[in-house]
Design a protein around this ligand. Structure first.
Ligand code: F6R
Length: 622
């Protein structure tokens, strides 16, 4: 996820910007930059790589400026904007890094998100004489604002530009002609103001400035904000002023680093809408399909495959299992699965017409890496699905599909899991298109639903904590939980059970609903909570029969169901509902209450969920 930080005030801005960007590092990035304004001029420094590279570039620029007759970045600038970029449109290069600027270098912008109509705008601006210096969609905003400034102030120009932009984004603009002013605009992507005394901050997340102030004002969707040292004005897209109250956060230093949540795990559960938006956004720009032909993936890798094999460990294996169902359903390619640590030791058979997908969020799990290496040695094409750029997995493969969850601090995988699942949906959709197994109408429908997943996650998370916490606290003393599900619901059940045992140290088991009567049913009595994944799907009736079998043993049924589905009312003791979407996509949503459930059971038992015993975030030893 890209990060934005802006500042106007009295202090030297450079350090505030870079320190703010460091606080956003966990979101992931591949390049960064800052622009600062002083004496009617803007100076900019950008660098590929991590923020130490940006710091080094700033130092070089300062040294050069010291030696030059005209100082650039050394001026005591007190207004500026900064950005960490994760490449979507255009390669990872210095010229593609933000801030972007107009032809006269008078307007600089930092942008998060995606401008969907950038090609049309770019052509028009180009015809009017704009000189583009990057391959990004974001740069059009700088030229567009500059174009509109010919007829008005920065805020009027931003408003005019905003009216022409399509997509989902947040940006902050600064003009050399208007010192001490930043103008921000928000369409779906977050933007928040930090209020100080004679100074103001504007960022994509509070993390960027919480060291300076906890007085915040949230920019709402469809709003613009003008930020000056002495005050802040909010307005809607028509320019009508809006009053926005200041919220004072009661964050301690330790909750501040967790974005106000009591633990990283809870924060990361709540980060999931953003993480999925970041993962699917730029790949779903086309209404009738998904585009994966990105920097690291040559799509010819997907040609001529007659079988897919997914290899992974733990939570990543469960994401793969959902991927299996989606690929088989939508692309009609047979998919095999195995746990990497098993597959690599069974003298496996693979062919050149096989696509092996290694899923590993860290990119460092030894068994998954070894399995990918072996598959390649035996002639298969290997695709890595990972969250970490430059990780070992990216070197043991023929192509990479990145999840863009940002850094996950808690040991329990949550946001990386939903992003892996989202990536599997995207791959399945693309394979379906390439193989002609899905008509355009069905693809269009599914792409629209995938695009809506982030808003459905937000909808789900709103108000979910209290009921899930209450349910978790009711059952936190149980010594055993059984999880059941069928089809994709089974993968969700497996993941729910793993999460609970991993962080609460309670024994759990997860079974396919239809398998329960073949043994595990013996475990059930009145004291057993049974978590049943019963979202709306073609075989929900079968799952309901399994739930009846559970009830017949007197066990307590906690069902995860689709909102409005009354079929569970008579058979479940407790129902937690998720929003309705395509049944295959509901698997991604259904896991979220189970993550929270595991979380609150563990918290009730007084456990450290961020760092459970015996676990490490990445497994590099065999
Ligand atoms: C569970 C969890 C683990 C990992 C597994 C694989 O919350 O985090 O089960 O999923 O160790 O890790 P990666 O995906 O890094 O290969």
């Amino acid at each position: 996820m890209c990060g934005i930080v802006g500042y106007v005030g009295q202090r030297a801005v450079q350090e505030i910007l870079v320190a703010g960007l460091e606080k956003l590092e966990y979101r992931g990035y591949d390049s960064a930059g800052v622009s600062v304004l002083a004496d009617g001029e803007i100076a900019s420094v950008r660098a590929v790589g991590n923020l130490s590279k940006l710091r080094a570039a700033i130092d070089t620029s300062v040294a050069e400026a010291d030696a030059a007759p005209v100082a650039t970045i050394t001026r005591p600038a007190t207004t500026g904007i900064g950005h960490t970029r994760w490449a979507t449109h255009g390669r990872v290069t210095e010229s593609n890094a933000h801030p972007h600027f107009d032809t006269s270098d008078r307007v600089h912008v930092v942008v998060n998100g995606i401008v969907e109509n950038y090609l049309v705008l770019k052509e028009r601006l180009h015809d009017m004489g704009a000189d583009f210096t990057s391959e990004t969609d974001a740069e059009v905003i700088a030229h567009l604002v500059s174009h509109h400034m010919a007829r008005g102030s920065l805020v009027e120009a931003v408003r005019a530009a905003y009216a022409e932009l399509e997509g989902h984004y947040a940006f902050v603009a600064m003009s050399a002609d208007e010192p001490d002013t930043l103008v921000g605009a928000r369409k779906e992507c977050p933007l928040v103001v930090g209020r100080g005394d004679g100074e103001q901050f504007l960022a994509s997340a509070i993390d960027a400035f919480h060291a300076y102030t906890l007085d915040v004002q949230f920019v709402q969707d469809g709003e613009l904000v003008v930020v000056r040292p002495g005050g802040v004005e909010f307005m809607d897209a028509e320019g009508t002023p809006i009053q926005r109250e200041i919220t004072t956060l009661d964050w301690s230093a330790s909750t501040a680093e967790k974005g106000g949540y009591e633990t990283f795990m809870l924060k990361e559960i709540h980060d999931q809408a953003d993480a999925v938006a970041e993962t699917v956004g730029y790949r779903t720009l086309r209404a009738d399909g998904v585009d994966l032909g990105e920097l690291e993936l040559d799509e010819s890798l997907l040609d001529g495959i007659d079988r897919v094999l997914i290899l992974a460990a733990g939570t990543s294996f469960h994401a793969g299992l959902i991927g299996r169902y989606a690929i088989e359903e939508w692309a009609r390619i047979p998919v095999e699965m195995d746990i990497a640590s098993e597959w690599r030791y069974r003298n496996p058979i693979v062919s050149e017409r096989e696509l092996v997908i290694g899923i590993t969020q860290s990119g460092e799990t030894a068994d998954t890496l070894a399995a990918m290496r072996l598959a390649r040695e035996r002639g298969a094409k290997v695709l890595a699905c990972t969250n970490v750029r430059g990780s070992s997995a990216t070197r043991e493969c023929d192509g990479v599909l990145y999840t863009r969850a940002g850094q996950e601090v808690s040991v329990a995988a949550t946001k990386t899991f939903v992003c892996q699942v989202a990536t599997m949906y995207l791959l399945a959709l693309r394979l379906g298109e390439l193989r002609g197994t899905m008509g355009r109408a069905r693809r269009t429908e599914l792409v629209a639903e995938v695009k809506h997943l982030p808003s459905r996650i937000s909808e789900l998370l709103e108000g979910l904590d209290a009921p899930v916490k209450a349910a978790a606290e009711r059952h936190a003393d149980s010594s055993f939980f059984l999880y059941l599900g069928r089809h994709v619901g089974r993968a969700v059940a497996l993941e729910g059970a793993l999460k609970l045992k991993e962080i609460s140290y309670i024994a759990t088991d997860a079974y396919a609903g239809g398998e329960m009567k073949h043994g595990p049913i013996a475990l059930l009595d009145e004291s057993t909570p049974v978590v049943c994944v019963a979202t709306d799907m073609p075989i929900l009736d079968k799952m309901i029969s399994n739930i009846q079998e559970v009830r017949a043993r007197g066990a307590h049924v906690i069902a995860i169901a689709t909102v409005g589905d009354t079929r569970l009312d008579d058979v479940a003791d407790e129902v937690i509902s998720i929003p309705r979407t395509d049944w295959m996509l509901q698997a991604l949503l259904a896991v979220i209450p189970l993550q929270l459930f595991a979380y609150y059971v563990a918290r009730k038992r007084g456990l450290n969920v961020d760092q459970p015993r015996n676990l490490a975030k990445t497994v590099t030893v065999e």
